[in-house]
Design a protein around this ligand. Structure first.
Ligand code: NAD
Length: 352
């Protein structure tokens, strides 16, 4: 076994149906008394429920989170936290909401209690992203890592199949890249494999039967592990491509991850054989890339970039952008093969 550094800050996790009942107690546990609850406008009902449970410890509700945390939204939310003299932020929602909580924490150091309602995994990472002048800048800071995460499956039951499937594959992408990340280690690999196993066995049932609490819990468990993997190990070609496509072509986050993952996995197939073997084993298939593609098809998930708004004449530029700055990947990142990968993903072809 090779030497490694395992650097994971402790996060307190409360996992289980109905665990939202512990919200007030958990905020108190952090020594806080005035929590600002943030959500997206669409998840206002969740934020109101959280505020109701907090009672006199709710400083206010701020339901203005939007995808990719525009700097203007971050500034307004920070101002609201100051105005209300908040000493804690409760972020209830998906990655967009947790992202807004992180933007507040980055500025003020307020502790975050996250209540995730999708499978994005942001609640487990010290990674933040803020979009300014059309460019999303990401960074790492321990200050933004939630102190407590409440995984209450009941908040995921309303997630429709067209969001659940891609959101789960977004989580799976963190796991797959964690298996071959440059700084991976045996602990991260264990979590990554178990994350893939949990997600692949639960997602088809989640999509088929959205109110299946057992399948939903299993998916949430997988998403938790995926978030830990993303927070502990670096990423490579898959996340780089998705970041490029999302940022420069405004493609939807989870769907982009879903379409690219089989192709990015195939790209690294020969260069990372052990990671591929572990991923395939966790998926219960002989080839990881094809297994992921089949899983997405079985869930009726998106498979082609052309169906989610990618312009055909943008493929050259996307390949250019994704290859102009060198970064680590098991297989060298070169324009020709990346252009081909994008072409295949554009048409939704089965990875060779
Ligand atoms: P999101 O938070 O925008 O949610 C996706 C959609 O699902 C939204 O329309 C939302 O209203 C809806 N939704 C959320 N929960 C719901 C529920 N329970 N029932 C019904 N609808 C619900 O997106 P996401 O996919 O969760 O997260 C994507 C964002 O998170 C991206 O900006 C991405 O960059 C970021 N992210 C960051 C990290 C990190 O570590 N910093 C990790 C993963 C994702």
């Amino acid at each position: 076994m090779h030497d490694f550094v395992y650097d994971q800050a402790a996060i307190r996790v409360i996992f289980g149906a109905g665990s939202i009942e512990r919200l007030r107690e958990e905020v108190q546990r952090l020594g806080a008394r005035r929590a600002l609850v943030v959500s997206t406008p669409a998840e206002l009902r969740f934020a109101e429920e959280a505020a109701r449970r907090l009672g006199d410890m709710a400083a206010g509700v701020y339901p203005e989170a939007v995808m990719h945390v525009p700097i203007e939204t971050a500034r307004a939310a920070r101002e609201e936290a100051r105005r209300l003299d908040a000493d804690c932020c409760v972020a209830i929602g998906g990655g967009s909401t947790v992202g807004l909580g992180k933007a507040i924490a980055l500025d003020s150091g307020l502790p975050i209690v996250a209540v995730p309602t999708t499978y994005a995994g942001s609640e487990m990472t010290p990674i933040y992203g803020i979009t300014e002048a059309g460019l999303k800048k990401t960074g790492r800071d321990r200050k933004v890592l939630p102190r407590t995460v409440i995984y209450d499956v009941n908040f995921t039951l309303s997630l429709p199949p067209r969001i659940s499937g891609p959101s789960g594959i977004n989580a799976m992408a963190h796991c797959v890249e964690g298996l071959y990340a440059q700084d991976t280690n045996p602990i991260v690999m264990l979590m990554a494999q178990e994350g893939i196993r949990a997600l692949s066995r639960s997602l088809p049932a989640v999509v088929r039967e959205p109110s299946n609490v057992d399948a939903r819990s299993d998916a949430q468990y997988g998403a938790w592990l995926a978030g830990l993997v993303l927070g502990s190990a670096g990423t490579a070609i898959h996340h780089k491509l998705c970041h490029t496509l999302g940022g420069s072509f405004n493609l939807p986050h989870a769907e982009t991850h879903t379409i690219i993952l089989p192709h990015a996995t195939a790209y690294n197939r020969d260069a990372a054989p052990e990671a591929m073997r572990l991923a395939a084993e966790a998926l219960g298939v002989s080839d990881a890339a094809q297994g992921i593609y089949d899983l997405i098809r079985a869930m009726d998930g998106p498979i082609a970039l052309k169906d989610i708004g990618m312009p055909a004449d943008g493929l050259d530029r996307a390949a250019q952008l994704a290859t102009e700055n060198p970064y680590w990947n098991p297989r060298p990142v070169e324009y020709g093969p990346i252009r081909e990968l994008l072409e295949n993903a554009y048409h939704g072809r089965r990875p060779a």
